[in-house]
Design a protein around this ligand. Sequence first.
Ligand SMILES: Cc1ncc(COP(=O)(O)O)c(C=O)c1O
Length: 383
Amino acid sequence: MQLLCSERILQLPRSGIRRMFDLAAKHPDAIHLCMGEPDFATPSFIIEAAFQAAKEGKTHYTPNAGFLSLRRAVAEKYKKEQGAYYDPEGEVLITVGAMEALVLTLMSILNSGDEVIIPDPYWPNYQAQVLLAEGKPVFVPLYEEGGWILTADRVLSHLTPRCRAIIINSPHNPTGSVYGSNELQEIVRVCKENDILIISDEAYEKIIYDGEYHSICSLPEMKSRTIVINTFSKTYAMTGWRVGYVLGPEPLIREMTKLQENVAACASSISQEAALTALKRGEEAVMDMLTKYRRRRATLLQEIEKTRSFSCCPPRGTFYAFVNVRRLGDKSEDIALRLLKEAKVVTVPGSAFGSGGEGYLRFSFATSEDNIREAFDRIRSIL
Ligand SMILES: Cc1ncc(COP(=O)(O)O)c(C=O)c1O
């Protein structure tokens, strides 16, 4: 009998994060410090906008590239915040979350065997997405001592003529690192000298604790070399609405829109209307959530400080802390399993984010301060 599934699909790795979630389901009394999404409800005025859109009959297919009103608002945002000018009629594509934006991007830029540099540790979906597009992921290690930032010399030591793109995810899941403009300049130099594209995943751009966010697309001559990926998921607590977008050079966006027609047709019409309201009126709600994340981050860092075997490079963005647990001597997966079974606390082992994450656990602070304190009391009682 023929194989039921294609080789393409069979080669996709299983997610280590999913595995922890499945195990955690057997412990209903466990505290979850593993969430990859905001615990907040979507702000109510955004939900109202969606109801209104549905009542007004915005329940049909939209243009493949998304409603022009939303594309205009996205272009306006990048002009205002990053000084980068995108044409809403050719350089913006609305997608089904950042997830689809990444798949469309990789399928549109890679030929079979082309390489993509992924700084390691990494959000695991990058690996699967590159493989899905028949590309080859090339992992370049990041180090805690270097603040989890990719440097030019490390890129150069992994570069081959087949390299097509580097994925820069800032703020970074799982480490919380954020690239400053000097650090971006280094990557820009390598990218220009070697004619490589940057895929800039900006999913957590608004969850940042000091300084301004710099998108690599705003640096001189980088707009034509950068594909910006962004989403409403994390910023506005809208993970289930599935709206994101891509900004990039017009010829590429044109081809990606053709692909979009064949993959999803368009992002949900109602979600697009909700996203438009989020962009127009969401600033205060975003600041409010950020204030809460900031407090939780402080609580988490205090608890880590009190826990003898743990240490951590404080996250500058995201709602994750990547905690060094090397002093415990075991593999990160074994430590995470022990915390789950004995302390009833769910974390994600660093190894789920690539070999560069071994020796670490990812703690999410998208949960209440009480939960964070209680989880650490439990952890300290078993260590
Ligand atoms: C770095 C990163 N990029 C993209 C995504 C996907 O976002 P979306 O919900 O828009 O598909 C996530 C989700 O966890 C993420 O952590």
